[in-house]
Design a protein around this ligand. Sequence first.
Ligand code: GUN
Ligand code: ZN
Length: 444
Amino acid sequence: MVNSLSLYRASILHFAQATDAPQNDAQYFADGALVVENERIVAIGDYAELAKQYANAHYVDYQKRLIIPGLIDSHLHYPQTEMIAKYGEQLLSWLENYTFPTENKFASVQYCELIAKHFIQQLIANGTTTACAYSTVHKHAADALFKEASLHNMAFIAGKVCMDRHCPSAIQDTPEQAQLDSHKLIETWHGKGRNLYALTPRFAPTSSAKQLSLLGELAQQYPDVFIQTHLSENQNEIEWVKSLYPQHCNYLDVYDHYNMVRPRALFGHCLHLYDEEWQRLSEAKATAVFCPTSNLFLGSGLFNIEKAKQENVSIALATDVGAGTSFNMLNTYGEAYKVGQLQGQALNALEGLYLMTQGPACAYSLNDQIGNLNPGTYADFVVLNPSFNRLGELRCASSFESQANGSSGDGEDILFALSFIGDDRAVEATYIAGTQRKHTLLEG
Ligand code: GUN
Ligand code: ZN
C-alpha cells in the first residue's frame, strides 16, 4: 500500500474525552487541521501550527466547512428501509401490517443484497459511519449486511433478529436455530475487520423464555458481544410483556434474568420505565437508546432525558428507521430537541452531537477507534457545508467569521441550524477509515 498523508483544513468540532458536560468539554478549532495517514488520524489542531509540521501532506481545502466525527446511529432496522413513513398505526399493528410482511421478503438472498446496498448508501449519504442495525430473522440477511458494510470498511454492529413466536410462521425461528445461527454469525463476523456482532432478540413478546435463555448462554460465552433489543416503547406492549412474563417484576427484569443487561447492551426506546429499571440500567452500564422520530411517529411517548441524566444512564441517539422517519442523525437530534422542549428540558446541540459520537463510543468501549477525532482513531469523519442551499447560506453566513476566537459557539450554532434546515445535501463528504465514501457512492 502506498503511504498517504492528507491534511484537511476546516473548522473542526469534537469531544476529545468522555464527559458529563458536553457544553464545557467540546474541542473546537475555528481554523483547524485534521491530518490523516492511511486509515487513521495522526494529528488535530490549529491549521497554522500543523501546516508547517505537515507541509508535505496532500492539502484538502474545506474552509467554511465544519468537520465532525463520523456519526453513530445506535438503533435502526435495515430491512425497514423501504417501508419508512408508512401511514397511521401504533407499534403492535404497525409491526403486524407493515413490518412482518416486509421482513418476509428477505427470504431471498438477492433481495437482502439489494436492500443492504440501499441502506448503507443512505447511512453514508447522511454522514453515519457506524450503525447498530437489526437485520431480519434470516441468517443470510445478516451476512449480506456485514458484507456490504465491509466493502466500505465501516465500524459496523449488527445482528440476526431472533423471534420464535407471535409473528408469522414464515419469519419465525426456534430457540435452538436462533442460538446456532447467532453463534455462527458471531464466529464469522465479530471482530472481523471493523465488524462487531449484536445478539438481537427482537423484544420479549416475540421470544419464548427458552429462546432468551439460549441467547443468554451465548451472551455469557461472549462477554464483549453487543446485545440489542426493544424496551418499554408502547403501553400495550408493556401490558403484553406483563401477561407473558408474569413472574418478572418489570420489563427490564425479563432481559436481566437471561443475562442481557450489561455494558454493550442497547435498549431501544425506554419510554415508560419504572425507577427500578432506570437504576438497573445505570448500575449495569447498559445504554438507553433515544429514538425521537420513531417515538413521535408511532405515538409511543416522550423520552425523559432529564431522568436518564439524573440516574446516570448512558444515552445514545438513534433513527430507528423504518418507524423513524429520517436516516439523518442531525435531524434526529432536531426532533430530540423538540421532545425536550415539550417537557421543559434543554438538549443543546453539543449534547446532541455527544449522543451521536463520543457518548456512545465511550459507552461501547470503542472510543479508541471511533466517536472522536483523537490521533490514533480511525479517520471516520463528516464534512458539513451549511451553504448547501440558499437558506443555509443566509442562516450561517456569519458563522465562520470569528476565526480568531476559539469558542465552540459557532460550530454549535451551525450544527443546531442544520438539525432543522439541513438534510443529506449538507453532508458534503463522508470519510471512512481515511477514504472518501460519499463521493465514491454518488459517482458509482
Ligand atoms: N419493537 C419490536 N420490533 C420493533 C421494530 O421493528 N420497530 C420498533 N420501533 N419497535 C419494535
Ligand atoms: Zn427498533
